[in-house]
Design a protein around this ligand. Structure first.
Ligand code: HEM
Length: 441
């Protein structure tokens, strides 16, 4: 570490100790964040595995998103593609002897299990919780072993655990062929912000979701996801899903199709493949934009973060300038979106193990979802009246989607409810649990 960086580290560390950065005036807060970002870029990015190199190609040949995420980084064709290693922000430590001490079931029961539901007040709602899972399904999923392993609850907590034993697929550990980080895990989703949740992460899945007519994706007539003969949703990603995610998937399939319609009206010569490619670029950019300057700003509700996220997107020159003149200058002046060359700070692009760990936000999920009739007059707390309360497990998978639809039908019969995908609008979008993580126990 250089002397200047050591000094900067000391300042950042002292501010962290005081826990005050978010209360600093916006300018100082931004300064703190930019120094922190600089230190992370210099010292907290580690490549795992062989850097996926290959023939250097001409980016002009691939001005679109490929199915498996290849050819997105001009100097590194494989970076960010399906099946590449998760990177690291800290060097891994061998946990072999420590991982089961204390026993994970004891930790889950004594420390993490939700004893009391604590909500997030007005800050965060179920659309926001569904949204972040929709993003996870765009970015990350660890490749697993094919055989299951079992954790058995030790006697001391067994009677407090609904599951006395818990079977799951272990993450597959893959040798890297390198000395410093010997093994790692592979990402089966493309870590790029490329809409994998609706387009999939490989050619086979993409083939399944496309209509091959006017660039469009498949969607059922009622505006929800189509299902195949086995009842599985026809969508980019169907693992660990629930009604909240399916509804967002359906919404963005429709967005994609609407972009295709608009493009076709304006550019009559464009064929199916070109319409699909352009619409995917537009839709992926809309998703990234919603996440960066709408969702994240709502989660991290401070003036400094608002300025920081908008700075990332539009740069110091701001939105008006970017809208008028396009991207000008480097990351600070023009924002990170639209840079002429990628800046990867010495490692190929990937998302990291530590990133996945902090995004395991299962505690966002409430135990029940309260449905409300938004067409009826609100009560004295300005809430529409409740119609039903559905336990979360009933909203998972195909059954979950049916439950939402059923409730919508119930409401339309009685109260003139909203159109189908607005089912989400009829949920008690209020309050998601905070803090305590609810786990297997
Ligand atoms: C009903 C909703 C959900 C279900 C059924 C579900 C289920 C699962 C399951 C079975 C796994 C794999 C097992 C494991 O590694 O623990 C997983 C992983 C994960 N989930 Fe969820 N989850 C849900 C909601 C969410 C939400 C709201 C988030 C918020 C960010 C989230 C983030 C993650 C992450 C980051 C992983 C790790 C992915 C990886 O392996 O790379 N999940 N989820």
């Amino acid at each position: 570490m250089t002397i200047i960086d050591a000094f900067l580290f000391l300042i950042v560390h002292s501010i962290d100790k005081l826990g005050i950065w978010h209360r600093l005036p916006v300018f100082l807060g931004l300064l703190y964040l930019s120094v922190r970002r600089h230190l992370h870029q210099e010292y907290s990015l580690f490549n795992v595995g062989r850097s996926p190199t290959g023939v250097r190609y001409n980016p002009a040949d691939y001005p679109y998103r490929t199915a498996d995420g290849k050819y997105n980084e001009p100097f590194n064709e494989g970076a960010g593609s399906q099946g590449t290693f998760f990177g690291r922000n800290v060097l891994p430590v061998n946990q072999q002897d420590k991982l089961k001490k204390p026993d994970p079931m004891v930790v889950a029961t004594r420390l993490l299990a939700r004893k009391k539901f604590i909500d997030t007040g007005k800050q965060f709602n179920m659309i926001a919780a569904s949204w972040i899972q929709f993003m996870i399904h765009d970015w990350v999923d660890h490749m697993e072993e094919t055989a299951q392993i079992e954790l058995v609850a030790p006697k001391e907590v067994a009677n407090q655990c609904p599951l006395k034993s818990f079977r799951f697929y272990k993450t597959k550990e893959v040798p890297t062929g390198f000395w410093d980080i010997k093994s790692g895990a592979l990402n089966i989703r493309t870590p790029w912000w490329d809409g994998s949740a609706i387009y999939g992460s490989n050619e086979k899945r993409l083939h399944k979701v496309r209509t091959f007519k006017d660039g469009k994706l498949k969607i059922s007539e009622d505006g929800l996801l189509l299902h195949d003969q086995d009842g599985i949703a026809v969508s980019g990603d169907v693992r660990n899903s629930w009604a909240g995610v399916s509804i967002l998937q359906a919404l963005f399939v429709k967005e994609h199709n609407a972009v295709c319609d608009t493009l076709k009206r304006e550019y009559k010569d464009l064929g199916d493949e070109e319409l699909y490619r352009h619409a995917r670029l537009v839709t992926s950019a809309v998703i990234a934009k919603v996440h960066t300057i709408d969702w994240t700003v709502e989660l991290l509700k401070t003036d400094t973060l608002l300025a920081g996220m908008r700075g990332n997107w539009y740069g110091l020159l701001g939105k008006n300038f970017k809208d008028k003149f396009g991207h000008v200058g480097g990351a600070i002046l023009g924002g990170v979106v639209g840079l002429k060359k990628p800046e990867n700070h010495g490692v190929p692009y990937s998302l990291t193990e530590e990133f996945v760990s902090v995004y395991r936000m299962h505690s966002l999920l409430p135990d029940y979802l309260q449905l409300r009739d938004i067409s009826a007059a609100p009560d004295s707390h300005k809430s529409p009246p409740s119609t039903d309360k559905i336990p979360m497990p009933s909203l998972i998978g195909r059954g979950g989607e049916k439950n939402i639809i059923w409730n919508w039908i119930y409401q339309t019969n009685g109260f003139n409810g909203p159109p189908s995908f607005w089912g989400i609008g009829t949920m008690e979008l209020s309050h998601v649990a905070q803090g305590r993580r609810s786990t297997g126990c």
